[in-house]
Design a binder for this molecule. Structure first.
Ligand code: GLU
Length: 318
């Protein structure tokens, strides 16, 4: 389905993944990183380094209206301050649009996509009550396909999911399995305004960068299913996923929501340095006693990947 050069690129990435594990931290430069994000970064770094792997930093900056000036520089500075070094150059999704567009056209040519003209408003009216994730009921799936503008509006492009389970190897969260039709629904890969969707870019990146382990917040657990659908449609194997619960204050220092959201700046102002904050983040996962001070490298020296599973499974249940 994909052009030869891309097929070869993905095959090379899959092969390199066999040889060397790769993790990534993929923040969106929409504002300051809160402590939950930084804890995810630390754990992603740790899980990758404990396997002797490479750790990449990728900026999810495709949704340009949400990007904030200075956010990228602040992310880089925060990670350095915590002693989390990444391999290779910083990767920006905004510089990889050509790659995503090539994949998208290949999917379209292969008949995997269909144009959808349902408005957000119309979908909001039919979506499940009480905040359950809305599942697109497939209204446009069997309409004649018209990709051009109608009444000045272009359609969004949806991926037609095959019926059945979407499954992935989940290391931390609830087991990775969602029903494509009942729980996921045909997802948008290109929005009507022309923006490329997060699911598309993320799936293409995991494959083309040879990512073996995705560590991220539990709020993205359900987002895994559509990403797995794209990866599998492209003939790839999904990475392993570690969905880390959002910050709980049962272990380590107690932090209010406001403190947590404020990120590192107030902590620095209180005089805390990198090792104190690494200790705080690690203590919140039960990896060190509260009040510990240590560098990220020292944390790495204290743990093995196998030993890490026990405190992480406790942290996931609290
Ligand atoms: N950029 C996304 C976020 O900051 C995370 C993407 C991911 O890890 O897949 O929420």
């Amino acid at each position: 389905m994909l052009p030869d050069h891309l097929q070869q690129r993905l095959a090379a990435a899959a092969q390199q993944r066999q040889q060397c594990p790769r993790g990534r931290y993929a923040p969106s430069p929409t504002g300051p990183q809160h402590l939950g994000n930084l804890r995810t970064a630390l754990l992603s770094w740790l899980i990758t380094r404990l396997q002797g792997g490479e750790w990449l930093l990728r900026l999810d900056d495709l949704d340009t209206p949400r990007n904030r000036p200075g956010a990228e520089a602040a992310i880089v500075a925060d990670l350095r301050w915590l002693g989390l070094s990444w391999d290779g150059p910083l990767i920006r999704q905004s510089e990889r649009r050509g790659l995503y567009a090539t994949v998208l056209s290949s999917l379209r040519r292969a008949g995997a996509l269909y144009p959808c003209r349902c408005s957000r408003r119309m979908l909001a009216d039919i979506s499940a009550p009480h905040g359950a994730a809305p599942v697109y009921p497939g209204f446009c799936r069997h309409q004649p396909q018209a990709w051009g503008p109608q009444q000045g509006r272009l359609p969004s492009w949806r991926l037609a999911l095959q019926p059945g389970w979407l499954e992935w190897c989940e290391q931390l969260g609830p087991s990775g399995r969602l029903d494509a039709q009942d729980a996921v629904g045909d997802v948008v890969l290109r929005r009507a305004d022309g923006f490329l969707a997060y699911h598309l870019a993320t799936a293409v990146d995991e494959l083309s960068l040879g990512i073996s382990d995705v560590v991220r917040g539990a709020d993205l657990w359900a987002a895994t299913a559509p990403q797995v659908a794209v990866i599998e449609r492209l003939g790839g194997t999904p990475p392993r996923y570690w969905h880390l619960p959002l910050w709980q204050d049962a272990a380590g220092q107690r932090l209010s929501k406001r403190e947590q959201a404020a990120g590192l700046e107030p902590l620095r102002q209180q005089g805390l340095d990198g090792p104190a904050v690494v200790g705080m983040l690690a203590a919140s996962l039960g990896l060190v006693p509260p009040g510990s001070r240590l560098s990220a490298l020292e944390l790495q020296q204290q743990w093995s990947l196998e030993a890490l599973r026990q405190p992480l499974s406790v942290a996931s249940k609290t």
